[in-house]
Structure formats: structure tokens, C-alpha cells
Design a protein around this ligand. Structure first.
Ligand code: ADP
Ligand code: MG
Ligand code: MG
Length: 877
């Protein structure tokens, strides 16, 4: 079997898959000569092998661990379990991708009733028993599943009874007492005495880390972040250094830049005379790293130097864990830091300016999710002006949200199905993860900027205010008191994670992505990408929003949405139910001015950019009333009997409307409908042109599957447009093209392309018809398909590579072979999906079109796929 254990000296940062992120980075730091306590890493492969051995540690693994333990003992000059010279170690999990708080760590392993006495004699009694009580608590929690609160209760009680303000003020004799109580709790909860055999402790802890890979919260986290379940976790065994060895010791966490806004400053927190978990767990409120400058100037300077060195080495912002033992600084972890989207952008831009990375690399560092975060809401200034400030906490993760408050993750999750909720807790723990996912925002009364709540919320892009000490939360009565206010479960609060402010009642929000660094980054993206980004917009307001986000045109304007307004729908219904084409024309003439005005508004906004208008597409009965009352009122409008109308409605109903009388089939059966739309477009365009506004009208015919459909309709529309222009004595630029959304259209794309000026893949319908899945019913079975891994993903979300994409490829080849000039784009939902955009870019499409709020994502994704393509070409050379 392959090697299962590596000394830190043997690894490096490229070995993440084998050593986990933590182990690989510890090894890298050792290689750089940074002061790191020695240790070794059990590989992720060992974890997977553990699972294939039915969840049992196996002999070869045990032997390899023992051999490395011996090596560590020699290196340290200490021995695990020795009374003369005891070695204590930490057992730390380390997955391939960092999963904050997800996996578990045990510190001070190697202590037992004898070793602790030896340590007390050799070193210091208080330190020895403080370490032991921590070890018992962590071991109980991580290895035996005894919940922390059993132990925390004892600590709190003794602090309160004896008036010790903080953990570190508890004297040695009390710590001895606490250890006794902890052991009693252990016995009561597990039915066995606390293990005294140090080797047994070690192997139990290793197994617990392996098992923690499959605990519920780890699974939830992985699902949320799309991390594969099969990666496994590594385990790091590391000699302890002690931050709880008096006032010249301490422990902390620091970021090389501000993870909230990205500004360049050391950012973090520390505690004097404490061990790591205290800072990370968010149980005690630590001091800001700025204070370390005065507290421990020499160590502060050393830390600053190391942080800069590591940042340059990793070429990215770092999140570093450190411990000071009697004045000596050790680093215990470094990793690329989690950050808000705002910070991600600023850091990427600054790293380019500092010459650490290039622009391409900066662009690749941003994710679609982060762009989504940038679109996060903020409270509107007018709404804020009248708001009542309740309290202020730490601004842990930006975004503004209002919602009803709930005090447990479970209740929040339940309530979130109906309404917007805010999860309010003293502090969060990994068990709360589902509640955090479902909440709009998270509010805690304890914990700092690196507490669990803060880190996880930033990762999710969720609004979070933490350490809001004015809150007195009582979970049992489901209330929170804040000064004179007493709030109950279900009361509404508003939270601004960018300022840390908490307001009473609901506030209105607005969105803003006009951050200067972001704008700069996007100009780099635009220069790199050849793929154009259009927006799907049905009205002038959406068009404006889309342009605001940088869309270069409209790739899809659905005209049916224009029919639904109160004053129009009645005429639309009369038009549909008309008995003859003459009668229908009367109603169409009434609708035409409405359409004309819609198009005119949009031409004005677009100022000559492409406006792609799709002619009427859905089956007509979608416009007809379904409820009795409305049917009666329509009968009255039409002057027909209820029975007669119902009969007519019945005759219009279809068994399979998605494959029925819709799209260009309507244009063929009722040419007057498409003619009205063409006329409205022409008149709107001419009006805009008269005012000097440039116009580019692209008329798109939906659901074409036969070339003759296109011939017929193109001719109809062209004649109409030309007539209108002739009459007006003025021209405007137009083109006529086709949607490609039926498999037959792909297969006969060469026949269509001779007539079409452009193609737009309607990938929603194309996916529907390629799979033969009804888009509206697929939810009934897709879940099972995904669960059973029959489908890798929902094909309506991410383009199907082997089917739909192949059809598109074929269509493009055929089309370009007869009409090299033809413009080809995509306007389905996939146009906003980053992975699909990459595929579109690879296919050589000219543009993607997506909904307004996805335009930014599409611009970035288009640039990223271009960069990847160029890098690949470069690599292939
Ligand atoms: P997490 O992944 O939850 O951050 P870690 O394995 O990093 O867990 O451990 C948490 C903290 O425990 C570390 O930040 C560090 O402060 C402390 N710690 C871990 N190992 C040691 C060690 N060998 N010596 C001193 N402190 C340690
Ligand atoms: Mg942990
Ligand atoms: Mg850590």
C-alpha cells in the first residue's frame, strides 16, 4: 500500500489532495523556514482506506503512525505519556478544501491523571490543569460526542460563584476541581472512565477525525459548496505549543488584509493566556490585533513580516493562525482567506497593482457567487432616515435584510419556508448550519469577527452582525431584551451587515454594484472577452437595468408579457376569440398602439444597440380566463352566452400545449397577429428615428422547425416593414432571424441559415425537446434523477454537454457553412449560467443573453473562459 503518513518536511502546498489544505500548507511553511511546531500528516487516502476497511483502523496504518510518532518524539526530545518529559500533541483534521468549523480538533492530547501531575510539578500547576480540562472537554466533544455545554456550564457556574471574570482568572486549585467534575461528566455521559492510555487517546482521536468527515454538518457544508464527498480528510498530528502558559503567551487569528472590505491592513483577533479554540469558537470575545502592537510589539512586528512573506509566497490574501508561547511566535496554519465579494474584488485589483498577480489571474479569482454577493441589497437611505436603531454589533458580513426573528436554527429553518427570517443566537456553531442557510441574516450577541457566525456568513454571502453585546437572549422564553425593548419570536428586525447596525421593524432595500474597484476589474474583463453579453428584457425598465450592468444589447424581448396588463388583456382575449380574421383585425388594431409604445420606449433606451424582439410565442389559451367569474365577465364583453364561450374555450384547450399551437405556428395560422407586431415595431422604430435616435431592430421568429415556415413569415414581415418605411419616407436598420429551439431546426440549420440574419438558441425549449421532458413537469422526477446520479445536474440549469450541446455544435457548423456572416447567440436561462457560458464561448457563439441580474456574472464568465482558452493554447504549444 502507498505511503499513508508524511512528515511536514516531506510535503508542500501542491499536495492538498493528499495532505489536505491544512497539512499541505503546514508543510509548505516548514519548507519556507517559518517556525511551525513539528508534526506529521495522515493522508486523505488513509481516510478513504479507513472507510473501505469498514470504518476500522488497520494494521499498516497503525504501524506507520507509530513510526512517525516515534520520529516526532525524537525530534522533540519528549515522549507521549512520559512522566519525565511528556509530549503533548494536537490532532487536527484537514480537508482538501477548507471547511471552517466543520471538522474537529483536539488539543493537549497525551495528558492523563499522572502526566498532568508531572507537568504541574515540572512547569506550573495552573497551566497543567488548564490544559487538562481543555483536553477532556475537546476529547469528549470530538471523540465521544458529549456536548460542550455540559462542560461550559461548570466553567460558567464556577466563574459566577467565585467572581472570576474570565477563564484565565480561574486559579489552579479550582482547575483541579473542574477536572474532577469533567471526569464525572465524562463517566456519566459515556459510561466509561476517561481513557488514561495515551496511545489509545491518540488512535481514538484519529478515528474521530476520520468519522467527522461524514457527520451531518460536514455533509451539509459540502452540499452547499459542491465539494465531493469522496475526497476524505487528512489528519495532522502536531506537537503542542502553549498559548495558555501565562501572560507572555497567547493565541490569535489574523488576516493579511481586511476580509470585509479588502483594504490593506492586518486584521484579526487574539487572546492572552489562552488556547486556539477560544478565539476560533467565538465563545470568548477577543481583542483586536491592533492591540497586539502595544501588548507585544516584538511579536507583532515578527507576525507582520511573516504575513507579508506568506502573502507574496501564496500570491493571495492569507488567513493565519498563530500562538505565542512565552514570547516565542509560532504559526499553526495559513490558507487563502475567505472574504466578502467586495474584499475579493479589492484584493484582486490591489494584488495586480502591487505586481503580485496579473490581470488575467485577478479575473479568474472571482466567482459567480461573489458577483451575486456584490448585488446584495443595502437599506435605502430614505428608509434608513426614519429607522429606529436598536443596537450595534460587529459588521461581520455585508448585506441588508429584514425578517422575523427566531432563536434556534430549527425554528428558523421551519419558518423560512413561509417568510423571511433572521436567526438570532448568542453564538452559532456548526450544528446551526441549516438555519443559517435558510435565514436572510444572522445576528449574534457574542463572538468576534472570526467567530463561526462571521466566517460562515461571509462564505455564504449572507448578512451577519455578530458580537452585539446589548442583546440579552433568552432561548427558553424565546425573547431578547435590548435596553428597554423586549422582543419576541416573530418580531421584525432589520440588520445591516456592512455597518453592524440593527434596527427595529422592516426597512426597504436597494442594490448597488458601483464599487470603483469592481468597475475597474470589469473593464479588464470586457477587454478580454470576445463573447458579447446581451440582456433579456421585456420592457424599458429592465432594459435600463441591463445596460446599467453593462449589457451590450437585448437578446430577447418577449412580446407576450406586454399583453397581460389590465387594460390590454381584455382586448387580447377578444382578439383570440374573434370569429373571423376581419373581426380579429379590429382588435389587433386596438392593440397595436400599445405594442408600438412599448417598443418605442425600448428603442429610446437602446439608442441603436441591438433590440431582439421575439414575435408572439405562447399558446393562445394562456391568455384566456380560467376562473368562472372572469369567464362570465368575458362572455358579457363579447356578447355571447356563457355556454357558448365555454364551448369555445374548450375547443382551444390543448393536450400538450408546449408542443401545440404556439410559436411561429400562430404566425402561420393567424398572420394578422405577426403583421400587427411587425407594424408596431416599424412605427415605433420610425418614431424614434424621426427624433434622431438610432435604431437596430432584430425581429426573431420563434419555434421554427421547417425552412418554409421561415420563408413564409420572413416574406410577410419584410413586406410590412418595407411598406411602413416607404410610407414614412424614412428607413431604419432591421434584420430578421430565427430562434433555434427544436431539434429539427438544428438538423436543418443550413436550410434556415440561408434566410436568417441571425440565430438565437432557445435552450429552454431545446433542452425540453431534446430530452422530451416537459419543463413544467420535470420537477416531479428530476430530483430522483439527480439523487440516483442518473443525471449529473439539472439540464435546465446547466447545458447538457453530450446532447443539447452537440445539437448546437451541429447547427452552428451547418449554419456557418452556408452563411459565414450569421450572428449566433443564446437566450435561454443557460445564458446566465457560468459553466454554460464557458461552453458557449468554446462553441464560438457571438453573444449570450441573460436576465439583468446575471449580466455581470456573464461578463465575468465570458472573460474567464477566454482566459482559460488562451492559457490552454499556450500550454499546448
Ligand atoms: P480549525 O480547522 O477548526 O481551525 P485547527 O486544527 O486549526 O482547527 O485548530 C484550531 C486551533 O487550535 C488552531 O488555530 C490553534 O490555535 C490551535 N492548535 C492546533 N494545533 C495546535 C498546536 N499543535 N499547538 C498549539 N495550538 C494548536
Ligand atoms: Mg475546529
Ligand atoms: Mg484552523
Amino acid at each position: 500500500m502507498a505511503k499513508l503518513v508524511y512528515r511536514f518536511q516531506e510535503g508542500n502546498k501542491e499536495m492538498k489532495h493528499l495532505l489536505g489544505g491544512k497539512g499541505a500548507n503546514l508543510a509548505e511553511m516548514v519548507g519556507l523556514g517559518v517556525r511551525v511546531p513539528p508534526g506529521f500528516t495522515i493522508t486523505t487516502e488513509a481516510c478513504n482506506a479507513y472507510y473501505t476497511h469498514d470504518g476500522q483502523l488497520f494494521d499498516s496504518l497503525i504501524a506507520e503512525v507509530k513510526e512517525h510518532l516515534q520520529g516526532l518524539e525524537e525530534e522533540m526530545g519528549k515522549v507521549l505519556g512520559s512522566l519525565e518529559n511528556p509530549l503533548l500533541v494536537s490532532v487536527r483534521s484537514g480537508a482538501v478544501f477548507s471547511m471552517p468549523g466543520m471538522m474537529d480538533t483536539v488539543l493537549n492530547l497525551g495528558l492523563n491523571d499522572q502526566v498532568v501531575e508531572a507537568l504541574a510539578q515540572q512547569q506550573d500547576e495552573k497551566f497543567a490543569f488548564d490544559s487538562y480540562r481543555r483536553f477532556i472537554q475537546m476529547f469528549s466533544d470530538v471523540v465521544m460526542g458529549v456536548e460542550k455545554f455540559h462542560f461550559e456550564q461548570v466553567l460558567s457556574r464556577i466563574k459566577a460563584e467565585k467572581g472570576y471574570p474570565e477563564d484565565k482568572d480561574i486559579p489552579a486549585h479550582e482547575l483541579r476541581q473542574i477536572v474532577q467534575e469533567f471526569k464525572v461528566i465524562f463517566l456519566a455521559q459515556t459510561g466509561r472512565t476517561f481513557p488514561q492510555d495515551v496511545e489509545e487517546q491518540l488512535f481514538l482521536a484519529i478515528e474521530a477525525v476520520f468519522r467527522s468527515w461524514n457527520n451531518n454538518r460536514a455533509k451539509v457544508y459540502r452540499r452547499l459548496h459542491q465539494i465531493s464527498d469522496s475526497l476524505g480528510t487528512a489528519v495532522n498530528i502536531q506537537a503542542m505549543v502553549f498559548g495558555n502558559r501565562g501572560d507572555e503567551s497567547g493565541t490569535g487569528v489574523c488576516f493579511s488584509r481586511n476580509p470585509v472590505d479588502g483594504s490593506r491592513e492586518l486584521f484579526g483577533e487574539y487572546l492572552i493566556n489562552a488556547q486556539g479554540e477560544d478565539v476560533v469558537a467565538g465563545i470568548r470575545t477577543p481583542k483586536s490585533i491592533a492591540n497586539l502592537k502595544e501588548d507585544k510589539p516584538a511579536q507583532y512586528q515578527e507576525l507582520l513580516g511573516l504575513v507579508e512573506e506568506l502573502e507574496r509566497h501564496y500570491q493571495d490574501m492569507q488567513d493565519i493562525e498563530f500562538t505565542i508561547e512565552e514570547g516565542k511566535l509560532y504559526l499553526l496554519q495559513t490558507r487563502n482567506a475567505k472574504r466578502t465579494a467586495k474584499a475579493a474584488v479589492r484584493v484582486a485589483v490591489d494584488l495586480v497593482k502591487e505586481g503580485i498577480i496579473d490581470k488575467q489571474e485577478a479575473l479568474l479569482r472571482l466567482s459567480a457567487q461573489e458577483i451575486n454577493q456584490l448585488l446584495h441589497p443595502q437599506f435605502r437611505p430614505d428608509s434608513l432616515a426614519g429607522a429606529e436603531l436598536l443596537a450595534t454589533g460587529l459588521a461581520a458580513s455585508p448585506g441588508a435584510a429584514s425578517g422575523k426573528i427566531y432563536f434556534t436554527a430549527e425554528e428558523a429553518t421551519k419558518a423560512a419556508k413561509q417568510e423571511k427570517v433572521i436567526l438570532v443566537r448568542e453564538e452559532t456553531s456548526p450544528e446551526d448550519i441549516e438555519g443559517m442557510v435558510s435565514a436572510q441574516a444572522i445576528l449574534t450577541s457574542r463572538g468576534g469577527m472570526t467567530s463561526h457566525a462571521a466566517v460562515v456568513a461571509r462564505g455564504m454571502g449572507k448578512s451577519c452582525v455578530c458580537g452585539c453585546q446589548a442583546l440579552q437572549i433568552d432561548e427558553t422564553t424565546k425573547t431578547v431584551r435590548v435596553g428597554p425593548h423586549l422582543l419576541h419570536e416573530g418580531d421584525v428586525l432589520s440588520i445591516d451587515g456592512a455597518t453592524g447596525k440593527v434596527y427595529l421593524g422592516a426597512l426597504e432595500t436597494s442594490q448597488d454594484s458601483h464599487d470603483e474597484h469592481f468597475q475597474e476589474l470589469m473593464t479588464w474583463a470586457d477587454r478580454i472577452r470576445p463573447l458579447k453579453v446581451y440582456v433579456n428584457a421585456d420592457n424599458a425598465a429592465d432594459a435600463k437595468t441591463g445596460l446599467g450592468f453593462g449589457a451590450e444589447g437585448i437578446g430577447l424581448c418577449r412580446t407576450e408579457h406586454m399583453f397581460f396588463e389590465e387594460e390590454r388583456i381584455r382586448t387580447v382575449r377578444q382578439m383570440i376569440l374573434a370569429k373571423s380574421s376581419e373581426e380579429r383585425s379590429v382588435y389587433l388594431d386596438r392593440l397595436e398602439p400599445f405594442q408600438r409604445d412599448d417598443f418605442y420606449q425600448m428603442f429610446k433606451v437602446m439608442e441603436g444597440r441591438h433590440l431582439t424582439i421575439r414575435l408572439l410565442d405562447p399558446p393562445l389559451h394562456e391568455f384566456l380566463p380560467k376562473e368562472e367569474e372572469q369567464i362570465a365577465s368575458l362572455a358579457a364583453d363579447l356578447g355571447v352566452s356563457l355556454v357558448a364561450l365555454k364551448r369555445q374555450l374548450h375547443s382551444l384547450a390543448e393536450f400538450n400545449p408546449m408542443m401545440g399551437h404556439r410559436g411561429c405556428r400562430l404566425g402561420i395560422t393567424y398572420p394578422e397577429i405577426y403583421l400587427m407586431q411587425a407594424r408596431a415595431i416599424a412605427r415605433a422604430a420610425l418614431k424614434a428615428r424621426k427624433e434622431g435616435t438610432p435604431v437596430q431592430a432584430d425581429i426573431m421568429i420563434p419555434l421554427v422547425g421547417i425552412d418554409k415556415e421561415l420563408t413564409y413569415l420572413k416574406n410577410l414581415i419584410q413586406t410590412c416593414l418595407e411598406e411602413e418605411m416607404e410610407q414614412a419616407g424614412l428607413r431604419f436598420d432591421y434584420s430578421i432571424g430565427s430562434m433555434i429551439e427544436i431539434p429539427r431546426a438544428c438538423l436543418t440549420a443550413d436550410q434556415l441559415a440561408t434566410q436568417a440574419a441571425f440565430f438565437s438558441f432557445g435552450t429552454n425549449d431545446l433542452t425540453q425537446m431534446t430530452y422530451g421532458y416537459s419543463r413544467d413537469d420535470a420537477s416531479k422526477f428530476l430530483e430522483s434523477y439527480l439523487d440516483k446520479q442518473i443525471l449529473p445536474q439539472d439540464p435546465f440549469v446547466s447545458l447538457d454537454e453530450s446532447g443539447v450541446l452537440e445539437l448546437m455544435k451541429l447547427a452552428i457548423e451547418k449554419a456557418r457553412s452556408v452563411n459565414p456572416e450569421i450572428a449566433i447567440g443564446i437566450c435561454g436561462e443557460h445564458g446566465g449560467d457560468p459553466v454554460s457560458i464557458e461552453r458557449c464561448s468554446d462553441l464560438g457563439l457571438d453573444y449570450v443573453s441573460c436576465s439583468p441580474y446575471r449580466v455581470l456574472i456573464a461578463r465575468l464568465a465570458a472573460a474567464q473562459s477566454q482566459i482559460k482558452k488562451e492559457r490552454q493554447i499556450w500550454l499546448d504549444k
